[in-house]
Design a protein around this ligand. Structure first.
Ligand code: HEM
Length: 520
């Protein structure tokens, strides 16, 4: 009796297993047939370039990638590698296909015309411990909902003039009032953008905390950001890098965000909801939608991440290059003096009338896009419009579950797009109108559906701060004896953003803050 039951169980198991395998084979065959029909229908051709791996599963490519990321020139090496491969190429890793592209026509497809065929892929698991449930880890309806809510908040900020930045800009400027000798501006830019972004999100600056707590927050924020940046290229294996100290840093950052949310709720209790919503609009607008404090917190942490390092690094690279190009620095000073005269409160009307300042920021963001590499994963069979066939002009078929990496850092340095001097820092290229129709070849704030919501905020705060720094420090210059290396060959630190490993060292020779000295 027992023997019969066991036999029956084995037969049943065998039948189920055989059924599963047959179904899998059938689905696979059907998928291959459908995919072949899709490729034929769209005239797809095999990729013009393919990475020929030497080790199984392209482990050699992964090893080289990890070795590159650990250097001070990761992006420079990546540009060299990409140039040697081609504008669009495929690599077969772990039995999956990965595509790499720096072709603006493909970028348009990824960000706009074939947006629905892709999602964030490995970004969600890699970033989840830190980012939680927020706009940067979401896809589909959840992302749409987040974007709509946040868009309302940014529209509110965009409708105002720049006075929200005045206090923090003046704090930044006065930091160096009595400075003597060489000063590194980069850490100060990080403090500045942390203050502006926390004011935007939490209704008050992180600087309202005691000094020790501010440094505690910044330390854990930096360390969680760095580990998250290392987890990203580990893709599906990111769960392997989840140390106790990483978990602690994520917890500490969230704890501080919770602290500010609690403070806003206490304020509402003491002063009434209307008053509190006026003072803490970001927090209460999100809460009205979510009715869940942890979701509000995650969303705030997401925007904080988006806002702090990106803008600080943009400011830092701008000054880094201006002091290395005295004629450009002088031209910018003259423009600032022309437009602002003796005024030190900067307005939108001022910055709109500063084409050279805008060109300088465009050029910094071209050479140092603060999301230098980006990835997507396909959720259905799709295509990249270019990169296939012998001339690379045919579409390339891309199967479901394939990874697509695109590199604004590489694309922005392509000579075919920006000219022979593409690797040089040259704001003037933005002034003659020739780059007006550049479209998806220039995407520091991305393009299409997921385009940056904080663009106006970032450019406004950076412009305001740069204008005031140049007004207040007419002697700002490169420290004597600094070795100057060609653009792109500087030592860089690649985390989620790209910063200067050697900071932004300058001599300021403090003058009276508040003055606006005519350039000599
Ligand atoms: C120079 C500074 C900045 C640069 C270069 C930049 C760049 C970008 C890029 C490339 C993306 C798309 C990322 C992706 O999902 O693939 C993005 C998204 C975003 N950025 Fe920015 N950003 C900057 C500053 C800011 C600031 C200051 C804020 C807010 C205070 C902000 C808020 C956002 C948000 C909320 C998104 C998500 C949009 C979405 O997924 O729908 N950004 N940014």
């Amino acid at each position: 009796m027992i023997k019969n039951s066991v036999d029956l169980l084995y037969k049943l198991l065998f039948t189920v297993l055989a059924g599963v395998i047959l179904k899998w084979l059938y689905d696979k065959r059907r998928r291959n047939r459908d995919d072949a029909a899709f490729a034929a229908l769209h005239g797809c051709q095999p990729p013009q370039c393919e990475y020929k791996h030497r080790w199984p599963w392209a482990l050699d490519l992964i090893k080289e990638h990890v070795a590159t990321v650990l250097t001070d020139h990761a992006l420079m090496l990546q540009v060299e590698f990409t140039e040697s491969m081609g504008i669009t190429f495929a690599a077969y890793m772990f039995g999956l296909t990965g595509y790499f592209t720096s072709d603006p026509r493909n970028i348009k497809a990824i960000t706009e015309t074939r947006f629905q065929d892709m999602n964030l892929g490995v970004r969600r698991p890699a970033c989840y411990p830190f980012f939680g449930e927020g706009i940067f880890t979401q896809d589909g309806p959840a992302w749409k909902h987040s974007r709509e809510m946040l868009r309302r908040q940014f529209a509110r900020v965009q409708a105002r003039d720049l006075e929200t930045f005045t206090d923090q800009v003046e704090n930044l400027v006065s930091t160096f009032q009595d400075s003597k000798g060489v000063v590194d501006l980069q850490p100060a830019f990080f403090r500045f953008t942390l203050a502006t972004t926390t004011t935007l999100l939490f209704g008050e600056s992180i600087e309202t905390l005691p000094e020790t707590e501010q440094s505690d927050f910044a330390k854990h924020f930096d360390s969680a950001t760095l580990v998250t940046a290392i987890r990203l290229p580990l893709a599906h294996l990111s769960f392997l890098y989840n140390t106790p100290s990483y978990r602690k840093s994520c917890r500490v950052v969230k704890h501080y965000a919770d602290y500010f949310i609690d403070k806003a709720f206490k304020y509402a209790q003491d002063h009434g909801q209307e008053d509190a919503t006026g003072r803490y609009p970001f927090i209460f607008d999100l809460y009205t939608e979510y009715q869940d404090r942890s979701l509000v917190r995650d969303q705030l942490v997401n925007v904080l991440l988006a806002g702090r390092d990106t803008t600080a690094c943009t400011m830092s690279w701008t000054i880094f290059h201006l002091v290395r190009h005295p004629a450009m620095l002088r031209r910018l000073r003259e423009e600032i003096y022309e437009v602002t005269g003796s005024e030190t409160v900067v307005t939108r009307a001022h910055t709109k009338n500063m084409p050279y300042l805008n060109a300088v920021l465009n050029e910094t963001l071209r050479l140092y896009p603060q999301v230098p590499m980006n990835t997507r994963s396909t959720v259905r069979t799709t295509l990249l419009p270019k990169g296939g066939g012998p001339d690379g002009e045919s579409p390339v078929y891309v199967p479901k579950n394939a990874g697509i990496t695109f590199s604004p850092y590489h694309m922005h340095r392509r000579k075919e797009l920006f000219g022979e001097d593409a690797h040089d820092y040259k704001p003037e290229r933005w002034l003659d109108g020739k780059l007006t129709g550049i479209g998806c070849a220039y995407i520091p704030f991305l393009h299409g559906f997921r385009t940056c919501l904080g663009k106006d905020f970032a450019l406004s705060e950076a412009s305001y701060a740069l204008v005031r720094l140049l007004q207040a420090y007419p002697n700002l210059r490169i420290p004597p004896g600094t070795g100057v290396v060609p653009t792109g060959k500087e030592k860089q630190m690649l985390s989620l953003v790209v910063s200067s490993l050697e900071g932004c060292k300058v001599v300021l020779d403090g003058v009276e803050v508040g003055s606006n000295v005519r350039p000599m």
